[in-house]
Design a protein around this ligand. Structure first.
Ligand SMILES: [Zn+2]
Length: 97
């Protein structure tokens, strides 16, 4: 389920604390795969309110590679640098522009 109230709940949470997709999915009861879609909606909503989604990028735990230029919000599967799959999830928080 990804309705308006789910997104509102996510926005409330991220206004208060920094969370990753797994934590968000558990907090609002959607699957982890649905979180990126909701975040994309939220990014558009926030733009109208003069706020934005601050993203701390995923980081490879094997080599320290940062996914800071990544455009997609889905969790990366492998590190492009060392091909490792131990990747710290990106975290999100809502802040002012
Ligand atoms: Zn790596």
């Amino acid at each position: 389920m990804a309705d308006r109230s789910t997104r509102q709940q996510i926005m409330d949470l991220l206004s208060q604390e920094e969370m990753n997709a797994l934590e968000i999915s558990q907090a609002v009861g959607v699957s982890e795969k649905e979180v990126p879609l909701n975040l994309e909606h939220i990014i558009r909503t926030l733009g109208k309110e003069g706020k934005r989604l601050l993203i701390s990028p995923s980081i490879c735990l094997g080599c320290g590679y940062s996914f800071k230029d990544r455009k997609r919000l889905q969790r990366p599967g492998r590190c492009p640098s060392c091909k490792g799959s131990h990747i710290k999830m990106a975290t999100y928080r809502i802040g002012l522009k």
